[in-house]
Design a binder for this molecule. Structure first.
Ligand code: NAD
Length: 348
């Protein structure tokens, strides 16, 4: 039986990416929609072959408990609502796939993990890059040492946020600025491809004075991470430079990276090596299935076969720890040292 998902929060991502991805998936199906706009929900229900009674308002969220076709909820709400909707799903005995960033603080993330553990339901954070073949190719190349030891990493993720009313620019809703929304892709993906955790971080933020968009959150951040084996990573993120998403790892015998890296489609891998005393640059593009469908099907398989997801709650929590350390560093102007996290016995 396919795993039935209730989508909670029908914004841009849910409508444009997740609904089509459910159709493209192999183990997953749409089982319910939870939205503030019931008319719009019914329109989408018709389009995706869902009965109208499977469209719920937020006030009726807890009634999902009585719908046996809903095995999991997928939380696609603004960040400050992730904890509450996760904890309530756990109480209903539903598994939880939750969008990044997991939550707005380490404390919230810990409560989400505890609630899911107590209820015996699975919790996965939607880090789609960890289910995408181009990123896996980089990870394998790096971890098999095919370019020698990695020494340096760089990553940029920026885009323009022009609407001052956007929830992403409100501290209470978003929990932070570009770092938590898009910089988190650099943070998470570098950890994933290296298979290592930072032991020290250092950050600097800036916001243009009097720009109404950046009264509550940073406009941009630059940060550095040092890993235990001496690898240094330098990252940039921002909400006022034209969109760009890339990372590159520099190893003793070559470099490899993606550009674009964090987009929904069209990813491109490039590789630079020495050959006969010259630098050769190669580009690789593979047929890549819809990354959201791969992610949905991974969690569906974990539910069907009782496995721990590859990106469980603890993976989201580790990023929240790093985010708190980065903001602390930016505030104090000092580097922040980190303890190695406890890792669950996950799918990996
Ligand atoms: P959005 O603003 O387009 O949609 C948010 C939805 O939540 C809307 O339907 C809105 O009506 C609803 N909502 C309910 N309560 C709300 C409240 N109090 N304030 C504002 N909206 C409220 O946002 P989005 O871009 O779909 O982002 C939702 C989540 O998905 C965020 O956590 C974001 O980080 C994440 N996201 C992930 C990806 C990805 O590639 N994995 C991409 C975009 C967004």
């Amino acid at each position: 039986e396919r795993v039935g998902y209730a989508l909670v929060g029908i914004g841009k991502l849910a409508e444009e990416e997740i609904l089509p991805a459910l159709e493209a998936s192999k183990r997953s199906r749409l089982a319910a929609l939870v939205t503030s706009d019931l008319e719009d929900g019914k329109r989408l229900a018709r389009r995706y072959g869902l009965p109208p009674e499977a469209v719920y308002g937020y006030d009726d969220y807890d009634r999902l408990a009585d719908n046996p076709g809903v095995h999991a909820v997928y939380i696609i709400l603004p960040n400050h609502l992730h904890e509450d909707y996760t904890v309530r799903a756990a109480r209903m005995g539903k598994h939880v796939l939750c969008e990044k960033p997991m939550a707005n603080s380490v404390a919230e993330g810990e409560r989400m993990i505890a609630a899911c553990r107590a209820a015996g339901v699975k919790l996965m954070i939607a880090y789609r890059c960890q289910y995408e073949p181009h990123h896996w190719a980089v990870r394998e190349m790096v971890q098999q040492g095919r370019l020698g030891a990695v020494k340096l990493v760089e990553s940029v993720h920026c885009q323009v946020e022009s609407d001052p009313g956007e929830w992403r620019l409100k501290r209470k809703e978003a929990g932070g600025g570009p770092l938590v929304d898009i910089g988190v892709y650099s943070l998470n993906t570098i950890r994933f491809v290296l298979g290592l955790e930072p032991v020290e971080v250092f950050a600097q933020t800036y916001a243009t004075p009097d720009d109404p968009r950046f009264r509550e959150v940073e406009e941009q951040m630059g940060w550095q991470m040092r890993f235990g084996n001496g690898v240094l990573a330098a990252c940039l993120t921002g909400y006022s430079a034209f969109r760009s998403s890339r990372y590159r790892l520099y190893a003793e015998g070559g470099w490899v990276g993606l550009d674009p890296a964090f987009d929904y489609r069209g990813l491109r891998l490039s590789l630079g090596r020495e050959e006969g005393g010259q630098q050769v640059v190669e580009e690789r593009r593979f047929p890549a299935p819809n990354q959201f469908a791969l992610e949905l099907d991974h969690f569906a398989r974990c539910i069907q076969e009782d496995l721990t997801p590859f990106t469980p709650g603890e993976e989201g929590l580790q990023d929240l720890r790093l985010v708190e350390a980065l903001y602390a560093s930016a505030r104090t102007g000092r580097p922040v040292r980190l303890e190695a996290p406890d890792k669950p016995d996950a799918f990996r």
